[in-house]
Structures are given as structure tokens and as C-alpha cells.
Design a protein around this ligand. Structure first.
Ligand SMILES: [Zn+2]
Ligand SMILES: [Zn+2]
Length: 681
């Protein structure tokens, strides 16, 4: 830990502000610029003239007092601006209120600043470092000798609300680099001084955001106009250790996490979702339902128990049937391949750090495959291919290994060993669109069969570092876009998220509690066929390169099963349930009939367990209900005599007494996977 200077910041800041006031960009408009007019166009298409140097706030005030009061941030030519930041030249202007989607990030960022101010007021001597927004909230890393505890949260939250009530104006200030470093050093904020020193190029101005005269932070902004605009819909969540700048050789800081929303209603809904998510945690359910376990000796690798593997097989068999139906061929490629192979594919160079390496007594160096694509190209290259062989849709339930740092692993969601429902479509360029469209339709249908509707599809476009010319990217992005449209989908553009060699489409589904999961992808690739020298003979008799479409519908079976567990909270629909029916006997006299009924249901194709233990029937029912078995068939002397079953559905108290022969029929129907159900209809 570095030494912590006493809190002298308030005094120091005030004197500094007087010197730097002249540098403020905001004031320059009034004094130095000509009083010319600028054209401002509004979302409704109207245009008006305002004096040069106008701010979103002054324009809002000119329109109406209530608009000015409501607006918290502006969109200027698509970019977010503080309400008090002057406009430069002709612009399009949209004024946003606190409920706008764009305001959420400001709310969280403001909350992190307000939390930092509150912490420094309550715990003098604490140094601030960085405080970004994250999904659903924010954090701030503090340097303080004494540890914070969650017992401090109530006090900090109360102080935050007090700062909101003070309604301090939030002002953007432009500082010179050296002044800023001197300022932060002067008030004992060594970390801040170091950040500025390290990341701001010499001569470049930096921006600070100040809460009135009380507090300020190095920040890019934008922010709300005043602390009073911050909704009191925030909550501190947890504390964790975090190394300064993420480096374990540096000091350990204390990271305080919070969540913040536009309204108390939104906050309550979020907290409810978290509680719900905790109940559904697949690691907890995996243990309780005896599906799988993981242990230290195999970090990020799964031990599938019989019930878990039953679920796996149901998923795999279903997907295989769908692929057969969609004219895929299935292959299997080696798990371990020589280093030379990976050198040729380019993985050894680019991906070496994520590969598990093996060595032999014969001096061979090999690697476990991190992906299946290069292997599939080898199969494609066996024998001459002609244009008539294309498209060739080559699938593999491919077991891959990738090294991930142990800190990044998370249950089934982030693992080191996984099985992809992988396939590569080798096709001609003129087949890209139709193959992509066909894939989208198939993937959507498969997701829907698992009860996961596609929420939207992202089109990930050219990243900053990329291979290929702009013409190539124009063409490739257009191909993916029109393919999506041909499949009846309007994708959301995810700017810059594409692979370095081509764009891709990612499927996003929403689960039962509204969480989004990216499941399934299709990626265009001209590079690998070139690198690995795949070719086919075209209609013209000449040799051509095929295009490869890398695609997966579930992603990895591990993660997908994790999502299924959480989506259904372990109460799977009949067709996915590892155990579909438990036949439980009430008394010893019914044991033999219970065994016989179970046998007959099994013979009809159901997955059936039988419980003839000498326990009370209520105890048995409670236990199988906790195991979330869809149907419990209770049998006593009466049922045995009449060849009947008393059925209890999961989540219901009702008893449905039916003939065993009838039950066989309708339970088998209910247990049919969706594709087979359709085929039968
Ligand atoms: Zn900030
Ligand atoms: Zn691939």
C-alpha cells in the first residue's frame, strides 16, 4: 500500500479552480466566438436557429421550462453530450430524459462518482482510483488501509442519498495534463496522478467532472447535469479485492460494487431477478439434481453423472436428428494433432497460449485441438471435390480443449473442455446467402424447440484490426445482412464486433427470467480454405477456393445445458427430463405392481425409476418433487387391483387416477421430443 495523505482536497480544489476557470471550454463561446447562428435539427424533422455556443440546456430552456427540467443528456449527431456542453456548428439534437435507454449508463456512472464522494467524506484518507460502469451497475476501486465491510453499506448509501439531495451541479472542466497531475498529487491522490501520467499523451487536455465545489474526478463523461438528477434507485452489492491496474504485483485495492437504475421499480425488479438467478444457479442445481460435478484436479472440466449424461444424450440425439434432416454429414476428427499441423493452420502462432500441449517419448510435440475447423478441411481435401459436391455441410460434436485462466472459469458456462455442436459449410460464393439464410431458419427452430425463443440476431461488423480490403468487408457484410433478411430477420448491428477475417451473426435468446444469452453463431471465412489449400473444380473446369461458414447452434453442449438448467430452474419439460416418471408404492402389498408398471412404462420408451422403499408415501412424494420429476405415479393396493396409476404432476397437488394402459399412451406422447412430435402429427 502507498501512504495515504490526509484529505486536503476541498481547499486545494477551490484555489485551483480559480486559476483554471479561464481554460474551461464552456466559457470560451461567450467571449471569443462571433455571435453567428447555428442550425439545429430535431428528431421530428423541424429545424431552428440558435446562437453559436448554445448548449443543449440553453436550447431546452428556450423551448420550455419543463423540457429543460426533464432533459438529462443530449444526443448530438448521435454522440452523447452533457447538457451544458456547447454545440459546435450545425447539428442534429435529441434531448433525452432519465428514462431513455442511453441515460442508464450515465446514471450508473454518476452513481459511481457519488459513491466515491460519499466514501471519501465518510472515510477520510481513502484514495480513489477508477470507477467504471459495468453490466447492470458500476464499481469503484478504493485504496484504504482498513478493510471496508458490507456493514458500511447502509451508511454509504445514506450519504449518497444526502449528496443527491444537495443537488450539486456537475460541471465538466478541461485541464492541462501537468496541472491535473500537480492537482491530484497535491490532494494526496497518487493513483489518479499516476493514471494521468501514464495514459494521457503530453500536451493533451483532460476532462474532470466536479460535483459543485466539493469533489471531482478524472473522467471522460458525459454526466447528468446535477447530483439531484440521480435517481435514488441504487444499492451497494459487494466488496472484492482487485489489484491496481489488474497486475498481481501491484497493491491490492478494495472494489466496491453497486447497481443503479432509473426508478425504484426497476431496481426492485433487478434485485428480484438476482434472487431468482441465485435459486436457478446451475452449479447449485447440478449438485441437488445429481447431474454433474467438478473438482480441483480437473479445473474447468465436467464429471457428468448418469442423470446429467442422460440429459446430454437427449440433447445430442435431438440435434443429430435435426442435422440429418437438414442434409449434414457427420464426422469425427482426432483429439490430438502434431504441432506442425497447428503451425500450418496458424493456431500455433496466434492461439498458442490457449492450447494444451502434449509431448511423447519420441520427441513429438502435439496439441489437444482447440477447435475443429482445420480437421474438417483435411476431410474435405480427401479426393477431388467438384462444384456439384457443394454445399458440403460437415458436422461434428467436437470435443475441444482451451486453456482459460482458472479465475475466469465458471461452472458449465466457462470451461476448459467442451463439446461444440460444430459444423462447417463448404460452399461456393454464390451459395453464402442461401446457406446462411437456411442456417438461421434451422437455428431458430432448434432454439424454439428447447423453449428458448430468439430475441434478436446481432450482425458483428468489421473490427478495427482486420484482414481484407474495404470492398471485401462491404460485400461480406451485405451478404450476411441480406441472408438474415431472407430468413425474415432484421439483425441488430454490433459495430466492430466481427472476427478479424470476416463478419458474423450471433443469436441472442432471452431466458425465463429475462436474461440474455448469446447462443449460436455463423461466421463467414475466406481465409482458412486459402491457408489450408482447400479447393474444388468449378463448372468452368478450373480450380476454385470454397468459402467456409463456421456455425454452431448450441455453442457448446456444456454451456447450453447450463443455460437449460437455469432457464427451467431444473424442472425440465418431459422430453428433456433425465427421469420422466417415478412409480412410488404406498405399501408393501403394492411393491410388485409398482415394479411391473415401471417395467411396462419403460418398455413403452419412457425413462422410469421405481421407489419401493419402506418410507411413508408423503416422504417419497416430497423427495421426488424436490428432484423435479415431471410425473410421480403413486400406486397402492387399489391401483394394483384395478391396474391403475394415481398421477401427480410436478408443481400440482392434484391426483389423476388413470388406467396404466392409457397412461402409457399419453405419457409416451407427452415425452416425445418436439421434432418427433411434429413428424407424428
Ligand atoms: Zn467517471
Ligand atoms: Zn470453425
Amino acid at each position: 500500500m502507498t501512504t495515504i495523505a490526509p484529505l486536503t482536497r476541498r481547499v486545494a480544489r477551490r484555489s485551483k479552480r480559480l486559476q483554471t476557470r479561464a481554460e474551461l471550454a464552456y466559457t470560451s463561446a461567450d467571449t471569443t466566438k462571433d455571435k453567428t447562428m447555428i442550425n439545429v435539427s430535431f428528431p421530428d424533422g423541424s429545424k431552428r436557429e440558435y446562437p453559436d455556443g448554445s448548449t443543449p440546456m440553453s436550447i431546452a430552456e428556450a423551448i420550455s421550462k419543463s423540457l429543460a427540467k426533464r432533459s438529462v443528456v443530449a444526443k448530438v449527431n448521435g454522440e452523447l453530450y452533457d447538457m451544458k456542453r456547447p454545440l459546435d456548428g450545425d447539428v442534429s439534437l435529441e434531448l433525452l430524459d432519465i428514462n431513455a435507454k442511453e441515460s442508464l449508463d450515465l446514471i450508473r456512472h454518476d452513481a459511481s462518482h457519488v459513491m466515491a464522494q460519499a466514501v471519501q467524506e465518510l472515510f477520510p484518507g481513502t484514495q480513489v482510483t477508477i470507477g467504471p460502469t459495468i453490466e447492470d451497475g458500476f464499481y469503484y476501486d478504493f485504496a484504504r488501509k482498513e478493510p471496508f465491510s458490507t456493514d458500511d453499506f447502509a451508511k454509504i448509501e445514506a450519504k449518497m442519498k444526502e449528496i443527491v439531495d444537495r443537488d450539486l451541479p456537475i460541471n465538466r472542466e478541461v485541464w492541462g495534463k501537468d496541472d491535473a497531475i500537480a492537482h491530484f498529487k497535491g490532494i494526496g491522490e497518487d493513483y489518479k496522478a499516476q493514471i494521468i501520467d501514464d495514459i494521457i499523451p503530453p500536451g493533451e487536455a483532460i476532462t474532470l467532472y466536479a460535483h459543485g465545489d466539493q469533489w471531482s474526478d478524472l473522467c471522460r463523461g458525459p454526466h447528468l447535469p446535477s447530483t439531484g438528477k440521480l435517481p435514488k434507485a441504487f444499492k451497494l452489492m459487494k466488496i472484492a479485492g482487485a489489484y491496481w491496474r489488474g497486475d498481481h504485483r501491484n497493491e491490492m485495492l478494495q472494489r466496491m460494487y453497486g447497481t443503479a437504475w432509473a426508478s425504484e421499480k426497476d431496481l426492485a425488479a433487478h434485485l428480484m431477478r438476482l434472487e431468482e438467478a441465485e435459486k436457478r444457479d446451475h452449479r447449485k442445481l447440478g449438485r441437488e439434481l445429481d447431474l454433474f460435478h467438478m473438482q480441483e484436479e480437473g479445473k474447468g472440466m465436467v464429471f457428468w453423472h448418469p442423470k446429467g449424461l442422460t440429459l446430454w444424450r437427449v440433447v445430442e440425439n435431438y440435434v443429430r436428428r435435426r442435422l440429418d434432416e437438414a442434409d449434414y454429414i457427420e464426422v469425427r476428427t482426432p483429439q490430438v494433432l502434431d504441432r506442425k499441423f497447428w503451425e500450418q493452420s496458424g493456431h500455433w502462432d496466434k492461439y498458442r497460449d490457449n492450447m494444451f500441449i502434449a509431448e511423447t517419448a519420441e520427441d513429438e510435440t502435439l496439441s489437444l485441438k482447440p477447435m475443429n475447423c482445420p480437421g474438417h478441411v483435411q476431410i474435405f481435401k480427401q479426393g477431388q471435390k467438384s462444384y456439384r459436391d457443394l454445399p458440403m455441410r460437415m458436422a461434428e460434436f467436437g470435443a475441444c480443449h482451451r486453456y482459460e485462466p482458472s479465475g475466469a472459469l465458471h461452472g458449465l458456462m466457462r470451461v476448459r473442455a467442451f463439446t461444440q455442436d460444430d459444423a462447417h459449410i463448404f460452399c461456393r460464393e454464390d451459395q453464402i446467402e442461401s446457406e446462411t439464410a437456411r442456417f438461421i431458419t434451422l437455428a431458430k427452430s432448434i432454439h424454439a424447440d428447447f423453449g428458448l425463443e430468439t430475441d434478436h440476431i446481432n450482425l458483428a461488423t468489421r473490427p478495427e484490426t482486420r484482414a481484407g480490403s474495404d470492398e471485401f468487408w462491404d460485400k461480406a457484410e451485405t451478404q450476411m445482412l441480406s441472408a438474415a433478411r431472407a430468413a425474415g430477420v432484421e439483425p441488430i448491428i454490433a459495430e466492430g464486433d466481427g472476427a478479424f477475417y470476416a463478419p458474423k451473426l450471433d443469436f441472442v435468446i432471452k431466458d425465463a427470467i429475462g436474461r440474455e444469452w448469446t447462443i449460436g453463431t455463423i461466421q463467414l471465412d475466406y481465409v482458412l480454405p486459402e491457408r489450408l489449400d482447400a479447393e474444388y473444380v468449378g463448372e468452368d473446369g478450373g480450380k476454385h477456393r470454397p468459402v467456409m461458414l463456421h456455425r454452431a447452434i448450441l455453442g457448446s453442449l456444456e454451456r447450453f445445458i447450463g443455460v437449460l438448467i437455469e432457464n427451467y430452474s431444473g424442472a425440465f419439460p418431459m422430453w428433456l427430463s433425465p427421469v420422466q416418471v417415478v412409480v412410488a408404492s404406498i405399501s408393501e402389498g403394492a411393491h410388485a405392481y409398482a415394479e411391473q408398471a415401471a417395467e411396462e412404462l419403460r418398455a413403452a420408451g419412457l425413462r422410469v425409476a421405481v421407489d419401493t422403499r419402506g418410507e411413508k408415501i408423503n416422504y417419497k412424494i416430497r423427495e421426488h418433487s424436490l428432484q423435479k420429476v415431471p410425473v410421480i405415479a403413486v400406486v397402492g393396493a387399489k391401483e394394483a387391483e384395478e391396474r391403475k396409476l394415481a398421477l401427480r404432476r410436478f408443481g400440482s397437488q392434484a391426483n389423476e387416477v388413470v388406467l396404466l394402459d392409457d397412461a402409457k399412451r399419453f405419457l409416451v406422447d407427452e415425452a416425445l421430443p418436439p421434432d418427433l412430435k411434429r413428424a407424428k402429427a
